[in-house]
Design a protein. Structure first.
Length: 716
């Protein structure tokens, strides 16, 4: 790979090792705002024209512009065309652009095309994913090459100096963190100060689970049990919890070895023989009885478990044992498939023992069951029990929302309003706040000041969420949201990697690294055409803000959740179909997040996630060629055949969007059944949606409808 001195000087104006800034772009704020917004809206030709104009007139902005050009072509699966354009630009400018062309084909997951003409051993090893030892290779010249060199080294062979480099790179490169964890696994006896440095690097890189596991393994290898730390790891992720349980069972104090917490951890990790030994050696009948419950469940002996719990309930047992028997009785009934009895038992357990750590979740799950069965009074009671239970209350907000809806559905509007008011106060930035505000408005009499004020509130505070947009439609006749289009340059680390030919690595760094500027990482992914990853990172950022009480994703970056890279394509291919292009794009966003290579575990393929059998049906219905295999992943095929299938559902349900989407997600049979059993009314679709008995379909319909409204504003 060749780089001109001029381009390297522009890109590498400030280089450093470790996880510091690799280079500083010299762009001017806002210069790319127009082309970025056009790219997000799928206006490919207009965006490309604007981008080429900037590249031609602003040579100092070529690093930022070429990054965007790579992303523009990658976003809609046109990488081959982009590579040809880069060749033309290279000839016109007299500047070698190999790195950008290689990155473009690397992002296309075409290592053969990416590696054509490449001789650099580091880049070749990365492109093909073959990290074989190469003792005579030259010294790495960049952080990316340092990473590849570390991955080439045989397991267990890293020197102390290489371990330090690995720790330094861990925050920026997720693969460096994984390589560090692998090496630590093989070197459990390294000096304390080195171990502590490397554990800290893993935690800083977001690998807390691996750090916990390594801590436990080191305790075992050094015969230095830290019982308090090992106990703290019990009940965490399965692997570290299971290893901690084995260690405590062998070396823990008598108190911990007689604890149900240890018994439950052993059972969860399927260490049944160790648990059986603890039970047989115990002289404490209360511990033995409670531990035996965990053992029987781990062994899938549900009938014996139920009999044991019933016998303890009838006998004079300690409160703690009776409490445990009540919980395991509910679990046994559930394992036996006796759902109605099981959820009644879960609710009773939570009501009788609200201080138990499992009470909150038990009542919540019971509430969800009653909700799905439309047993509204029982659902409301279970959700209220969950809220009243002790513990961290991780399900409280959902309980406030669905508990209030259950009260409203059972005829208790006043109770619903009170519960929603409490929920909004407890969760001012919650996930279900727009639901609670909107339905609070509905629960007020028509024409009341509170009703109008609540609609205004949900519309202004949740402008791009489903009920915020619905409130806007109620108030102003249509769902309105005017998104901001920010101009944010991607992190310099990502731009350097793309310029150097490491396209997928740039995406990985933006998606999984612990670099601090999440907003820039989201923008970097979107501008690189990695829209699925940008949507996922934006959602994770939103969750982090909400859970911390800091707010929600600001409007300035919310638009990154609603890209439309295939907009022009959709408009041209669906011109004669009934569903609007915004509907097709909204379905595409939900099904694949615009990843044309997406494949589900069930075998659905492509942008609209067509099953091969569905594609054959569409071909038969409309007299089209049958497609299969790789043809299902072609964007044009996926959009054409998928749109025809959606159009068929659209016509079957007279264009009623909730029914069309329910049919697409859960099948026409379920959609037709719900239409009849729930008395669907076109004048009140939200009342129908919130009573759909499949929770997944209920949320799917709301998400896609929300996206449909948003795209209706963004698309031509």
């Amino acid at each position: 790979m060749r780089f001109s001195a001029l381009l390297l000087a522009a890109l590498l104006s400030s280089a450093s090792g470790g996880h510091g800034t690799l280079f500083h772009p010299g762009g001017r704020p806002g210069v790319f705002a127009s082309v970025d917004s056009l790219a997000l809206c799928g206006r490919f030709d207009a965006s490309l024209d604007g981008l080429l104009a900037i590249l031609d007139s602003e040579p100092g902005l070529r690093a930022e512009g070429l990054y965007r050009l790579v992303g523009l072509f990658h976003s809609c699966g046109r990488e081959g065309e982009g590579a040809i354009l880069l060749d033309s630009l290279e000839n016109a400018w007299g500047v070698v652009l190999d790195g950008f062309r290689i990155s473009l084909m690397d992002l296309a997951d075409d290592p053969g095309a990416a590696a054509a003409g490449v001789s650099d051993p580091y880049l070749l090893s990365y492109l093909y994913g073959t990290y074989s030892p190469a003792p005579s290779i030259r010294t790495p010249a960049s952080p990316a090459e340092m990473l590849v060199r570390l991955l080439m080294a045989p397991a267990g062979s890293l020197t102390p100096e290489q371990m330090k480099v690995c720790a330094d790179l861990a925050v920026t490169f997720p693969d460096a963190a994984s390589r560090l964890a692998e090496e630590m696994h093989r070197k459990l006896l390294i000096p304390d100060e080195v171990w502590e440095r490397d554990v800290a690097a893993l935690r800083a890189a977001g690998l807390g689970e691996k750090a916990d596991l390594l801590e436990v393994l080191r305790m075992g290898a050094t015969y230095s049990l830290d019982e308090a730390r090992a106990v703290a790891i019990l009940g965490s992720a399965p692997r570290p919890s299971g290893e901690a349980a084995l260690l405590l069972a062998a070396r823990g104090s008598s108190g911990i070895r007689r604890s149900w917490r240890l018994a439950d951890a052993l059972a969860s990790a399927s260490h049944t023989s160790t648990l059986a030994d603890l039970i047989s050696s115990s002289t404490d009948p209360v511990f033995a009885a409670g531990a035996r419950m965990a053992l029987l469940r781990a062994q899938s002996r549900s009938t014996q478990l139920l009999a044991l719990c019933d016998s303890l309930g009838a006998a004079s047992a300690t409160d703690s044992l009776s409490e445990r028997a009540a919980l395991f009785r509910a679990r046994a009934l559930r394992d036996l498939g006796r759902s109605a009895e099981a959820w009644q038992a879960y609710h009773r357990f939570a009501a009788d023992w609200p201080g138990h750590p499992a009470a909150h979740e038990s009542a919540f799950l019971a509430g969800r069951y009653y909700d799905s069965e439309q047993q509204w009074e029982q659902a409301a009671g279970a959700f209220r029990t969950s809220i009243a239970a002790d513990g961290e209350g991780r399900y409280d907000e959902s309980c406030y929302w669905r508990g209030g809806f259950a009260l409203l559905a059972s005829g208790d509007a006043r109770g619903a309003l009170a519960l929603w008011r409490e929920g909004c106060e407890a969760f001012p930035h919650g996930f279900w706040r727009d639901e609670m505000l909107y339905w609070s408005a509905r629960a007020n009499p028509p024409g009341s000041p509170d009703r109008a004020a609540l609609l205004e509130q949900v519309s202004s505070e949740h402008p791009w969420e489903y009920y915020g947009l619905l409130a806007s439609a109620k108030l102003r006749g249509q769902p309105l949201w005017s998104p901001e289009y920010p101009s944010i340059d991607p992190p310099s680390e990502a731009m350097l990697l793309v310029a150097s030919g490491y396209g997928r690595l740039a995406s990985d760094v933006l998606r999984r690294s612990a670099l601090p500027d999440t907003v820039a990482r989201i923008a970097g992914l979107s501008l690189l055409g990695e829209h699925k990853e940008a949507i996922e990172l934006c959602g994770a950022f939103d969750s982090r803000l909400r859970y911390s009480g800091a707010g929600v994703v600001p409007d300035s970056i919310a638009i990154y959740q609603f890209p439309a890279p295939y907009s022009d394509f959709v408009v041209s291919l669906t011109r004669d179909l009934s569903p609007r292009p915004s509907v097709i794009t909204a379905v595409m966003r939900e099904e694949s997040s615009f990843d044309h290579r997406a494949r589900s575990s069930a075998g659905a393929c492509g942008l609209i996630q067509l099953m091969p059998g569905t594609a054959r049906d569409v071909a038969r219905w409309y007299g089209l060629p049958s497609i299969a295999g790789e043809q299902l992943f072609d964007p044009a095929n996926s959009i054409r055949y998928g749109s025809l299938y959606i159009s068929r559902q659209w016509n079957s349900y007279s264009g009623e969007l909730p029914l069309v989407l329910a049919a697409y997600n859960a099948g026409p049979g379920n959609a037709s059944r719900w239409r009849e059993s729930l008395s669907y009314s076109p004048s009140d679709p939200e009342w129908f949606i919130e009573r759909i008995t499949y929770r997944e379909t209920r949320e799917y319909v709301k998400r896609v409808t929300r996206s449909c409204w948003v795209y209706g504003r963004l698309m031509p």
